[in-house]
Design a binder for this molecule. Structure first.
Ligand code: NAD
Ligand code: UDP
Length: 327
């Protein structure tokens, strides 16, 4: 049940996206006023449609590459504005880089002007194709800085650098979350990521596209766990020193994920192998000791529970609809 009193005004850049829309809902449930700022590049109106009925929710269409000015003060800024799916962030790589560099700088400037706390949605992609496993925050990564993923990986790395420059200058209280692969309701059916691709393919009885041998691994975090981790990091009284990994350390091969989807959606879909994309990381798994220790956070939803929930959501015709009672 939503609280009736507003506590803080929170800006969520990228709030109409997959993760951002869940974050906006969770913040509203805590009684905050939420400003969702989004260009709708990869987000969807249906993700936030139900939230628009609430007086504590405001939606602004804006590209963060352009300076961000608001008519009202804000207490918190979450920066989630960036395409996250490889085909989507590679579709206009220059804009992806500018979104992460100029966009982050514009939002940091807004936070500085407001005295607001800032959380940056960074990514496990800053570790590139990692040579250390699992990945701890002090691992400096193995990124191809001229490859087709660089617009995102290097954009996010530059964004982290900007965050800590603003922090060192004393202008903003900054927290950086390195997010690992996340899945759940509100993913776009056609966004090209593995979980949505496999579910949509299986529901249609089509072939399941596995890139490469399927032996590469990922560690999949359910979206409610991620949102809880982001909020815990933002509200931690003591700011963690440096970035914090937020993800689920249970590691699966892509082939294992395809088999799970085949079992959960027995439509006769067979695996079809496709070439591995350039610079596709071979292994990825977060070390989350830091989040456990400093935030008291750990994921609660295993893939065996989150995957059926996600399938159920896609089966309902990808309807959005967070069920909130109007206030
Ligand atoms: P998404 O594509 O669903 O959401 C991103 C949102 O940002 C969209 O609503 C999009 O329209 C908006 N956006 C993009 N460029 C913008 C711009 N220039 N100006 C304003 N809005 C813009 O992606 P997501 O999965 O919800 O990811 C959210 C954030 O988390 C991203 O920053 C992403 O890099 C990070 N992240 C996500 C994952 C994951 O597995 N989902 C993993 C690592 C990091
Ligand atoms: N992948 C796949 N089939 C698909 C989409 C992705 O096999 O239809 C693979 C991809 O090559 C990668 C993994 O699944 O190894 C995760 O891909 P995703 O795009 O979801 O996220 P990434 O971790 O690569 O950013």
């Amino acid at each position: 049940m939503l609280k009736k009193t507003s506590e803080m005004t929170v800006l969520v850049a990228g709030g109409a996206g997959f993760v951002g829309s869940h974050l906006c809902e969770a913040l509203l449930r805590q009684g905050h006023r939420v400003i969702c700022l989004d260009s709708f590049l990869t987000g969807a109106m249906e993700n936030v449609q139900a939230l628009c009925n609430f007086r504590e929710f405001r939606l602004i269409r804006h590209d963060v590459v352009d300076a961000v000015e608001l008519a009202e003060p804000v207490d918190r800024v979450y920066n989630l504005a960036s395409p996250a799916s490889p085909p989507q962030y590679q579709a206009d790589p220059v804009h992806t880089m500018l979104t992460n560099v100029l966009g982050t700088k514009n939002l940091l400037a807004l936070a500085a002007a407001n005295g607001a706390r800032f959380l940056q949605a960074s990514t496990s992609e800053v570790y590139g194709d990692p040579e250390e496993h699992p990945q701890r925050e002090d691992y400096r990564g193995h990124v191809n800085c001229t490859g087709s993923r660089a617009c995102y990986d290097e954009g996010k790395r530059a964004a982290e650098a900007l965050c800590y420059d603003f922090l060192r200058a004393g202008s903003v209280d900054v927290r950086v979350a390195r997010i690992f692969n996340t899945y759940g309701p509100h993913m776009q059916a056609n966004d090209g990521r593995i979980v949505s691709n496999l579910i949509v393919q299986a529901l249609r009885g089509a072939a399941l596209t596995v890139y490469g041998s399927g032996q590469q691994t990922r560690s999949f975090c359910f979206v409610s766990d991620l949102v809880a981790g982001l909020m815990a990091l933002m509200e931690a009284e003591e700011r963690p020193d440096g970035p914090v990994n937020i993800g689920n350390p249970d590691e699966f091969t892509v082939g294992e994920l395809a088999t799970m989807v085949q079992r959960l959606i027995p439509n006769g879909s067979q695996v079809e192998y496709h070439p591995l994309p350039e610079d596709d990381p071979r292994r990825r798994r977060p070390d989350i000791s830091k989040a456990r220790e400093l935030l008291g956070w750990s994921p609660q939803v295993p893939l065996a529970k989150g995957l059926p929930e996600t399938i159920a959501w896609f089966s309902k015709g990808m309807s959005p609809a967070p069920k909130l009672d109007p206030v």
